[in-house]
Ligand binder design. Structure first.
Ligand code: NAP
Ligand code: ZN
Length: 352
């Protein structure tokens, strides 16, 4: 084991603070990564504050972070896909049983014995896994992604969660070229959803509660922007959407968006508010509409997404911050004041 600097939360009500954690010595299948950037996902905040206690209670101390990009500094003797110096990524998953039906079908995120990057039982060291708010991480090579070197690493880090979480349901929907696609909430996930939906040829409409984001939404690729509190415009678009991706992190009226769908339209939830969302049966029945959910994506699909981003020069729009301002960044994220993802520069942690 070796020591690594990190930022951790000691409880749901305390700010994140500097800490030292242990990382395992490399097994023959492991890759050791010196972390360059880690994005701040709203899931980090939900977890730190134990907002998902009914489903996934938080074990403290908690070191979040699952949008990791860094440089490979060492590899185990059996590692074949990575070598020292490679640009590597780690997302929300660090291990699985490698053998169940879900793993064999490339959806490791649903492996019953999978390991998430933080707040999950650590099979090597005991306790729970610690994420990317850290200078270093050790991960089984099957869960390490190759990051295209033409991409800015600070903007590439959020692809590892916000990117794949929006890419996967958009691809799974089918050919969205020419379809009317809504993206609800212009935050970290939402702005990536806009970029991917646009890249695949959809007519993209952003629903936002923040009128100040309108110009940005258009610049990011939206064709239209609807301020969701504007009842008249909402009514004009009712019944016209083929597919809607809902990225809202807080409680909201999902029926307002189900009403936007046309015949056989689907709304996919990727946002994970802490309380259940009531769904009106009638909103679904009239028009045979459906509500579904989606959780990140498998490893092969994540690599496919990264390669797609490399080819099309797609990254997240980031505000790079030193780790010392992480607690302010959380407060700003809660106020929807981030354009459109914070990316932590880990040189600040090494220097601090
Ligand atoms: P984020 O950057 O904070 O963006 C969330 C956006 O939702 C905000 O920018 C805001 O957009 C909108 N919003 C926030 N509060 C709202 C409210 N009370 N009513 C209406 N709209 C509101 O968060 P994120 O990192 O994109 O994550 C979004 C959600 O997805 C979180 O719950 C996160 O845990 C979840 N998530 C899920 C997965 C998955 O695999 N399914 C993966 C990652 C994250 P506007 O200002 O445009 O209104
Ligand atoms: Zn995330």
């Amino acid at each position: 084991m070796y020591d690594a600097k990190a930022y951790s939360a000691a409880s749901a009500v305390e700010p994140l603070a500097p800490a030292t954690i242990q990382r395992r010595d490399l097994t023959d299948r492991d890759v050791q990564i010196e972390i360059m950037f880690c994005g701040i996902c709203h899931s980090d905040l939900h977890t730190v504050r134990d907002e998902w206690s009914s489903v996934m209670p938080t074990t403290y101390p908690c070191v979040p972070g699952h949008e990791i990009v860094g440089q490979v500094v060492a590899v185990g003797s059996a590692v074949t896909s990575f070598k020292e110096g490679d640009l590597a990524g780690v997302g929300c998953l660090v291990d699985s049983d490698h053998s169940c039906d879900n793993c064999r079908h490339g959806v490791e995120q649903f492996c019953p014995d999978g390991t998430f990057t933080y707040n999950w039982p650590d099979k090597h060291l005991g306790g729970v896994t610690y994420g990317g708010y850290s200078e270093s991480i050790v991960v089984d090579e099957s869960f390490v992604l190759s990051v295209p070197t033409n991409l800015d690493p600070a903007g590439a880090a959020p692809l590892l969660c916000a990117g794949i979480t929006t890419y996967s349901p958009i691809r799974r929907w089918g050919d969205i070229k020419g379809k009317k696609v809504g993206v609800v909430g212009l935050g970290g996930l939402g702005h990536m959803g806009v970029k991917f939906a646009r890249a695949f040829g959809a007519h993209v409409v952003v629903f936002t509660t923040s009128p100040g984001k309108k110009e940005d939404a258009l610049r990011l690729g939206a064709h239209e922007v609807i301020i969701s509190t504007d009842a008249e415009t909402m009514q004009e678009h009712a019944g016209t959407f083929d597919f809607i991706l809902d990225t809202i992190s807080a409680d909201h009226d999902i029926n307002a968006y189900i009403n936007m769908l046309g015949l056989d339209g689907n709304i996919t939830l990727v946002g994970a508010p802490e309380t259940p969302l009531p769904v009106s049966a009638f909103a679904l029945l009239f028009g045979r509409k459906s509500v579904s959910g989606s959780l990140i994506g498998g490893i092969a699909e994540t690599q496919e997404m990264l390669d797609f981003c490399g080819e099309h020069d797609i990254t997240a729009d980031v505000e790079v911050i030193p780790i010392q301002t992480i607690n302010e960044a959380y407060e700003r994220m809660l106020k929807s004041d981030v354009k459109y993802r914070f990316s932590i520069d880990m040189t600040s942690l090494r220097a601090g």
